[in-house]
Design a protein around this ligand. Structure first.
Ligand code: S3P
Length: 430
């Protein structure tokens, strides 16, 4: 029987890698970035920055970015291709919006179906000229400028990408931008701003919403950035160790930002034996070691209020749920419809095709766990080219030797090119 054993260092965090490159490009001078995640998505951001006139070179495993300041992007000669990356498209649309240039943003089939108007409504109100395909999608044309009028934005929908895009836009505007977040989202952008000594205010309001204020324009002094390891990538091995009998693993250097590791509390509530030890702080992010041992899991109800903090982990949590005793109910998942695939559909279709009892109504997912389910003939997993679906079902496949055939494993390089290598390193058969 296969189990996971040993210790590895997971690759750099995807969200922080995008932000490190963008903030470095907006700094005045040279920034060295270490442990940058070299995944397809992050390389999209890197190449777009190059097209906007930023010099970026790799030297001895580190990336050196020569920033041009907050108004330093130059007119690109080609369309800016975001590939599959939602974070690249939203953050870069925000960043260019306050520069006096015209840009066209394009993406692959999946990204061209993901909504952009949730961001561009705010930018248009400030005076940016934007044309979206069918009023919501890429290809998008944007004419920005530093003359945009800074104002107050009220974000009803929880999205770290939209919040970060508005912050990036504000850095080059003359005057005060206020962003009110009704629901808290991941805060890597704010943490990196703290680390880089960029001035802004963040306060909690009476109704539990959060106010972020930035008085622009801001000058960003260059400071080297180290990227912590990605907790969302670690989640695949954490669940792998929980469901494969005899497993015991240690994952090092993981970002322990509480807006990212809510899935660990969920897995602990399901009965998971997971221990976290903080070790140090890396460029504004607390990091540490996570120890996980095989544990019998039980089904639980996961409240909708947690959904913004679990947004990338629902696919692998569904795999944990499939191996738990009883029902797991995950509520408030409407945003999953707008990810790299419609993840409610991707999870339900694949689990039910394997024989699990799953259903969805009103944008929730209900999984009846079944540890005993035997898969005795080969079954195809439809990834819809969604990296997190591919990795989640690869982990489930470890319980069913060679029976789950992933239709497109190559999409894993979108967020975790070393996934297979790391999995091999942890895998033991006896
Ligand atoms: C991300 C935010 C999340 C997440 C995505 C990365 C980010 O999107 O799903 O993988 O880096 O800000 P939303 O907060 O827009 O849902």
């Amino acid at each position: 029987m296969l189990k996971l054993k040993g210790s590895i260092t997971i690759s750099g965090d995807k969200s922080i890698s995008h932000r490190a490159l963008i903030f470095a490009s907006l700094s005045v001078g040279k920034v060295t970035i270490s442990n940058l995640l070299e995944s397809d998505d992050v390389l999209r951001t890197l190449n777009i920055l190059k097209r906007l006139g930023i010099k970026i070179v790799k030297k001895k495993q580190k990336w050196i970015v020569y920033g041009n300041g907050t108004c330093g992007y130059i007119q690109p000669s080609h369309a800016l291709d975001c590939g599959n990356s939602g974070t690249t498209s939203r953050l870069m649309i925000g960043a260019v919006s306050s520069n006096p240039i015209n840009c066209t943003f394009i993406g692959d089939n999946s990204l061209s179906k993901r909504p952009m108007s949730r961001l561009t409504v705010f930018l248009e109100r400030m005076g940016a000229e934007i044309k979206l395909t069918k009023k919501d999608f890429l290809p998008a044309y944007i004419k920005g400028g530093s003359h945009l009028i800074p104002m107050e934005h009220i974000m009803e929908k929880a999205s770290a990408q939209v919040k970060s895009a508005l912050i990036l836009s504000a850095l080059n505007l003359h005057g005060k931008t206020s962003i009110i977040e009704k629901k808290n989202t991941r805060d890597h952008t704010e943490r990196l701003m703290d680390y880089l000594n960029i001035k802004y205010n963040k306060t909690s309001l009476k109704d539990k919403s959060t106010l972020i204020e930035i008085d622009g324009p801001c000058e960003i002094k260059p400071k080297n950035i180290k990227i912590a390891s990605d907790p969302s990538s670690a989640a695949f091995f954490i669940v792998g160790a929980l469901i494969l009998p005899g497993s015991k693993i240690v994952l090092k250097n993981i970002a322990l930002n509480k807006t990212r590791i809510a899935f660990i509390s969920v897995l602990k509530k399901m009965g998971g034996n997971i221990k976290i030890k903080k070790t140090n702080t890396v460029s504004g992010e607390e990091v540490g070691e996570i120890k996980v041992s095989y544990s019998p899991l039980k089904g639980i109800k996961i409240n909708a209020s947690l959904s913004a903090l679990l947004i990338d982990e629902y696919p692998i949590l569904s795999i944990a749920a499939s191996q738990a005793s009883g029902l797991t109910i995950m509520n408030g998942l409407s945003e999953l419809r707008h990810k790299e695939s419609d993840r409610i559909n991707s999870i339900i279709k694949n689990l039910s095709n394997l024989g699990f009892k799953v259903k969805s109504k009103h944008d929730n997912i209900i999984v009846q766990g079944s540890k005993k389910l035997k898969i005795d003939k080969q079954k195809k997993i439809k990834t819809y080219s969604d990296h997190r679906i591919a990795m989640s079902f690869t982990i489930l496949g470890l319980l069913h030797k060679d029976k789950l055939i992933i239709d497109n494993s190559s999409c894993i390089s979108i967020s975790y090119p070393d996934f297979e290598k790391h999995l091999k390193k942890l895998s033991r058969i006896n």
